[in-house]
Ligand binder design. Structure first.
Ligand SMILES: [Cu+2]
Length: 336
């Protein structure tokens, strides 16, 4: 038996909203290429220490590169990446495009590591299932070959590992403030990543049934288990664990898709606008009509394969169709 759906994220409503409402960009056609060299994505625990170090160093590189996108409040490339999530929050969560957008966001992050920080390794994921009985023993918290451990003190700042001295500039929510990477490990929340919940998710027969389950259980698990910055619905990419967590979610979605190919390469649906309840609970902006005019779904509130996915120009806009297949051309990877 599984318990009822957990609340996705909880936090106080932002006192001041200083970041502009979502920017929209015209879609630029993605050049279609074929997938010939398939790259691998591996569990963090499958990397050698040297490979782990290379990934952690590349993340630090992005955190130290100056911002170039012109986003308000962003000082570093890490901030630029985080801003694309912050400013997209209300159109990429609690919607059908949730999984496709985050798939493109994982691609964006890896692309920045490769092109701006000379990273040549694989994208790792956090295999949360394996840590669902013993969160604090996870290898991802290693202080040398991992992301450091729990937060400490009233601000819950992390105090060890490669990112202990990192200053984030965006957040909480839509605010612009300097703050640390905070965590508050929650061993109860990681249970939503366990086999009991995965079995329910994988039993879903279509995307309509599956996406809310992915969102509620394996998705919430990692965010709430790490907590702190990771529990901030807009700013969670400030903690580099975000990218291991969402790559794992992407892996799970792909495994679900792979259970019924090719049908699930085109199975897309869901609302384009989060529920009013979700918007109020999260304290995020309402979605404007201009978004619905622009998003590729002809003004309707149902996500289609034509739906536009934007990371605000960090990589060219794509459509949902462009990311349905992880070896479709734009994307070219496999999970091992
Ligand atoms: Cu997100």
């Amino acid at each position: 038996m599984v318990s009822s759906l957990p609340t996705l994220f909880t936090f106080a409503t932002a006192a001041s909203l200083v970041i502009a409402a979502p920017q929209v960009q015209q879609r630029s056609n993605t050049t279609s290429t074929s997938c010939s060299t398939v790259t691998q994505r591996k569990s963090w625990t499958a990397l050698t220490n040297d490979e782990k170090k290379a990934y952690l160093d590349a993340e630090l590189c992005l955190m130290n590169l100056p911002a170039t996108a012109g986003f308000p409040g962003a000082q570093t490339r890490w901030d630029d990446l985080q801003f694309a999530h912050i400013n997209s929050t209300n159109v990429v969560h609690d919607v059908g495009g949730f999984l496709p957008w985050h798939r493109l966001f994982m691609y964006t992050h890896l692309n920045m590591l490769q092109t701006e920080c000379n990273y040549t390794g694989v994208q790792p994921y956090w295999e949360e299932l394996l840590d669902s009985d013993n969160l604090t023993a996870s290898a991802i918290f290693d202080t040398e070959y991992g992301f450091g451990g729990d937060g400490n003190g009233t601000n819950e700042c992390i105090i060890d590992g490669p990112f202990a001295n990192v200053t984030l500039h965006l957040g909480p929510i839509y605010e612009v403030t300097d703050h640390c990477i905070s965590r508050s490990l929650n061993s109860n929340a990681i249970k939503w990543a366990n086999q009991t919940y995965l079995d329910v998710v994988f039993a879903a027969q279509n995307y309509s049934a599956a996406w809310p389950l992915f969102s509620s259980w394996p998705h919430t698990a990692g965010h709430a288990a790490i907590s702190g910055v990771m529990l901030d619905v807009t700013c969670s990419p400030g903690d580099p664990i975000f990218f291991l967590h969402h790559t794992n979610l992407d892996r799970l979605w792909w495994e679900w898709q792979a259970q019924d190919l090719p049908t699930r390469l085109t199975d897309m649906t869901g609302q384009n606008v989060p529920t009013a309840e979700y918007i109020a609970e999260m304290g995020i902006y309402n979605v404007t009509d201009s978004w619905l005019d622009y998003d590729g779904d002809n003004g309707g509130n149902m996500t289609t394969l034509n739906h536009t996915l934007s990371v605000l120009g960090l990589v060219p806009n794509a459509t949902v169709a462009d990311v349905m297949d992880i070896q479709g051309g734009l994307l070219c990877y496999e999970y091992v």
